[in-house]
Design a protein around this ligand. Structure first.
Ligand code: SF4
Length: 523
């Protein structure tokens, strides 16, 4: 069979830069593992915003791909369309989109003429089938999960794509990325993403996972890899990338603690091989999955940070609008247990989602403060393709702003919705206040700990990342969260019995900017 060249593109040409992407790394690794086709990943993480077209053209000219595939998510889709159009200006090879947006908004993807096909679901098996069909000069009609056009019509795939069984998932071969991207990744973030499981059984109304889950009735959506193999691969990657600056593992599993037996096996193996002393890790969890026992195990095995989806402090908003399914008592108990465990908490909140109210934002601010969440991150709500919560938006008094999609990749500034009880400037002011309230605390803590070297390291970091197109704000954010040992030995906010004067002033300001809507919470 003819050997083809596959170019996988992460269209991260926007100001908001992200670390190496797990999804395309897994697809690229699978193709390499199971075939002789060549694979290369084009990532714009270290490319100045104005230089992405030059880099794209050079890559296309030098690599001469036979097939280009692009990862698509809803927030980055406008950027992806720009990249797709530019690709077609230079090469006339097929372009296929995959990822969440291609799965949930296939017609949106194929509405952009630059995309020839859209791949739904797990990309590994279909991508290889597509390459093999092209290499053999056969029709692509039987490639599972491949949506295509027939004239003006969009043709659904037969067969449908199936979920990839966990036993078939292969280790990520990070050399599918160029060395300069890996170096930038380890310098800036110091992290290696690891995916030990796929899927999530929860049904949060704002999340694309809920919709993707519905596409696979009767299949096992939550799937786990063998924990022993996972640790073996982490050990190998640690040996390979330690000298480049690998400092922490970041599990991308959506709910790391959902399977007690799996966590126990993983932790025991991580400790047995000694990684718990060398390579700390961070993981996502829901607050209702933590217990004193599993937190002790995590702590012992080197977990230094838990990334927790809180979304909203208000019980009704969290459970009735966002369908999070976490009672107030369990949320607060989970936060208290995490605090007691000595593992730092990154708490994710959403601001400005459907039905948002000023008093609910103030409640989230208070919860983050009262439970001493170490890194409270208030993201601006972004509408994700096909998510259930959008069906309720009008009845909740909210609507999507026309410019929302264009600003969607900006999680800290782009406002997506208009609300009956809240103005866009109030949401922006709120997010700014949260940065001032919480950011200054841990920056001050870092400065006291590192003294002069904090400033010299910061200056070096800003200069180096500026050459890669990072904004000063982006550089600052990544520096305080990830640079040096900032995640390895993270800040732990201290609970104080007495509210400080600064906090009292901030809360008063928040209440002035976000006065109560005057509406009772529904019961
Ligand atoms: S928000 Fe988290 S818990 Fe909820 S469905 Fe998505 S991945 Fe699952």
């Amino acid at each position: 069979m003819r050997k083809l060249r596959l170019l996988l593109v992460n269209p991260n040409i926007v100001m908001k830069k992200e670390h190496v992407h797990m999804g395309i790394a897994m697809v690229g690794s699978w193709v390499r593992h199971h075939s002789d086709h060549e694979v290369k990943i084009l990532d714009f993480m270290a490319t100045p915003t104005r230089g992405w077209k030059r880099k794209l053209k050079k890559t296309l000219q030098e690599y001469k791909p036979d097939l280009v595939a692009m990862y698509l998510s809803t927030p980055y889709f406008p950027a992806a369309k720009d990249v797709a159009v530019e690709i077609k200006r230079h090469v006339q090879v097929p372009l296929v989109g995959g990822g969440h947006h291609a799965t949930l908004a296939t017609e949106d993807v194929l509405g952009c003429p630059a995309f020839d096909w859209a791949l739904e679901g797990d990309g590994e098996i279909p991508m290889l089938a597509l390459l093999n069909a092209l290499a053999a000069g056969e029709s692509v009609d039987s490639v599972p999960g491949l949506w295509r056009r027939d004239g003006d019509k969009i043709v659904q795939p037969t067969p449908k794509a199936k979920l990839l069984p966990p036993c078939e998932m292969v280790a990520v071969d990070w050399s599918v990325f160029d060395r300069d991207i890996l170096e930038a990744n380890f310098y800036i973030w110091g992290i290696l993403p690891v995916t030990a499981s796929r899927g999530c059984p929860a049904k949060c109304s704002f999340c694309s996972m809920t919709e993707i889950q519905k596409r696979y009735p009767g299949e096992r959506y939550l799937r786990y890899r063998d924990p022993i193999k996972v640790v073996e691969e982490i050990q190998a990657d640690y040996d390979r990338y330690k000298s480049m600056g690998l400092r922490t593992i970041q599990f991308t599993d959506l709910n790391f603690l959902i399977n007690r037996k799996w966590v126990e096996k993983f932790a025991a193996e991580y400790i047995r091989v000694g990684l718990h002393k060398k390579l700390p890790y961070s993981a996502f969890t829901r607050p209702d999955h933590v217990t004193a026992e599993n937190l002790a195990l995590l702590r012992e095995s080197g977990c230094v940070n838990l990334r927790v989806g809180i979304e909203a402090a208000n019980d009704w908003q969290r459970n009735k609008i966002y369908n999070k399914g976490i009672s107030q008592e369990r949320l607060e108990e989970g936060l208290r247990l995490m605090k007691e465990s000595g593992i730092s908490i990154t708490g994710y909140f959403m601001a400005g989602g459907p039905g948002e109210r000023p008093e609910w934002l103030v409640q989230s601010l208070e919860l983050a403060h009262d439970f001493s969440v170490d890194f409270p991150v208030f993201f601006l709500y972004k509408p994700l393709a096909d998510s259930e919560v959008l069906d309720k938006a009008a009845e909740l008094g909210s609507s999507i702003r026309p410019e929302a999609l264009e600003e969607a990749s900006d999680l800290l500034h782009g406002i997506s919705m208009e609300h009956e009880h809240l103005k866009p400037w109030q949401v922006k002011a709120f997010v700014l206040m949260t940065h001032i309230a919480f950011g200054t605390q841990f920056v001050w803590w870092q400065i006291q700990r590192e003294r002069l070297s904090w400033f010299t390291d910061f200056a070096t970091f800003v200069l180096r990342t500026a050459k890669m197109g990072f904004t000063p704000y982006g550089s600052f954010t990544y520096f305080v969260f990830y640079a040096g040992d900032h995640l390895v030995e993270p800040y732990l906010a201290k609970a104080s019995d007495k509210p400080s004067i600064g906090w009292k002033a901030l809360r008063a300001l928040a209440k002035a900017v976000l006065p109560h809507s005057g509406i009772e919470d529904p019961t």
